[in-house]
Design a protein around this ligand. Structure first.
Ligand code: NDP
Ligand code: GDR
Length: 371
């Protein structure tokens, strides 16, 4: 039985990857952070009582900023495969907390690689690094491939660039089996609530159910290549099954604007939107309501406005990936389109919003968190 260690197991990708590896018969170990409240919601459904004999999923407290913790866990677990998914992964937040982001996203990767080397496991342990399309930043070539030059545009991207190169370096210097997956944006109903797609699907579902009035957005002209997290974690595993390590771009090859994603989400709920005005005056007006899922919205309502607080000091305006290498060498292709994913996310957030609305109607509602 193979043993895997996932850092960031409580995040979006970590939860899907854990499910995937358990399905393949792996023993899965995950690092979770100590928090003042429970932070395992995304993996509670696969959690196994440690008192049961031979649980296949084991969680350990740890943090990528703590070398001694990582060395101890690595020596106790002795994993065949390490998936380094843990990160301060929010680009906008990295401008607010650049030093922390550099420590966790950049040096955290080095700490894991050093733990493997220090324990003499460089010939037995394979390493996956969650690299990112943010490395391309101010894009120098479209579409972006494994050979497109990097130009990072945020403290997050700069930290991830260090992580990318330290993986390449440990592969070249010590023969470590280390791969970079240069993943473009991928989403799902488990996406963190402050990333743009989830903010939109959750916000509009809440508006439809009368729990919020208006969605406040940043740069909605931004273009992204959005895939589904389930498709992308499959590729993370595939990368570590090759004979020799390599780096791969993972993308769908299709690009849409944030504005388009807002329009799709509204359509899924039965609302037709018209975007009016320009720049920070731009707003979305409901022109038609056709579905039965929007009891609280009527034509003429403004459901989206621009708030400059969500603009970034430096923006990545456009990203579009070419994953031909992954298709040719590994036979990987995405199965879920961005529009299908949007529909799945809206359906999931609408269910939650309906539950909330029902509680509100009966006087039991808790406040709905918004960003
Ligand atoms: P999430 O933000 O959903 O998950 C991040 C995970 O890292 C969480 O489990 C979080 O724990 C954990 N974490 C954060 N800081 C630390 C720390 N100091 N020590 C240990 N664990 C920590 O990210 P995703 O699942 O979306 O992404 C996974 C990885 O892939 C990240 O590295 C991200 O940067 C990268 N990536 C993501 C893309 C995407 O579109 N989703 C695209 C390209 C790359 P907690 O739950 O406690 O917060
Ligand atoms: P990104 O994802 O920065 O690409 O990083 P995010 O969803 O945060 O932003 C995508 C684009 O939407 C614009 N935008 C807004 N973004 C947020 N979060 N909130 C808003 O209100 C808003 N309005 C407009 C952004 O400016 C941006 O252009 C994600 C993360 O998962 C990274 O960890 C990962 O490396 C990259 O994807 C690939």
């Amino acid at each position: 039985m193979k043993r895997a260690l996932i850092t960031g197991i409580t995040g979006q990708d970590g939860s899907y990857l854990a499910e995937f590896l358990l399905g393949k018969g792996y023993e899965v170990h995950g690092i979770k952070r100590r928090a003042s409240s429970f932070n395992t919601q995304r993996i509670d459904h696969i959690y196994e009582d440690p008192h049961e004999p031979n649980p296949k999923l084991k969680l350990h407290y740890g943090d990528l900023s703590d070398s001694s913790n990582l060395i101890r866990l690595m020596s106790e677990i002795r994993p065949d495969e390490v998936y380094n998914l843990a990160a301060q992964s929010h680009v906008a937040v990295s401008f607010e907390a650049p030093e922390y982001t550099a420590d966790v996203d950049g040096l955290g990767t080095l700490r894991l690689l050093e733990a493997i080397r220090f324990l003499g496991m460089e010939k037995t342990t394979r390493f996956y690094q969650a690299s990112t399309s943010e490395l391309y930043g101010k894009v120098l070539e479209t579409p972006q491939t494994e050979t497109t030059p990097f130009h990072p545009r945020s403290p997050y991207a700069v930290a991830k660039m260090y992580a990318y190169w330290i993986c390449v370096n440990y592969r070249e210097a010590y023969g470590l089996y280390a791969c970079n997956g240069i993943l473009f944006n991928h989403e799902s109903p488990r996406r963190g609530e402050t990333f743009v797609t989830r903010k939109i699907t959750r916000g509009l579902a809440n508006i439809a159910q009368g729990l919020e009035d208006c969605l406040y957005m940043g740069n909605i002209s931004s273009l992204r290549d959005w895939g589904h997290a389930k498709d992308y974690v499959r590729m993370q595993w595939m990368m570590l099954q090759q004979e020799s390590p390599d780096d791969f771009v993972i993308a769908t090859g299709k690009q849409y604007s944030v504005r388009e994603f807002i329009r799709w989400s509204a359509e899924e709920l039965g609302m037709t939107l018209e975007f009016r005005g320009e720049g920070i005056e731009e707003h979305a007006v409901v022109t038609d309501v056709t579905g039965g899922d929007v009891p609280s919205v009527t034509p003429g309502d403004v459901v989206m406005r621009i708030d400059p607080q969500y603009f970034r000091p430096a923006e990545v305006e456009t990203l579009l990936g070419d994953s031909s290498k992954a298709k040719t060498l590994l036979g990987w292709e995405p199965e879920i389109t961005a529009r299908e994913m949007c529909a799945e996310m809206v359906a999931s957030d609408l269910l939650t919003a309906r539950r909330h609305a029902l509680l509100k109607e009966h006087g039991y509602a808790l406040p709905v968190a918004v960003e």
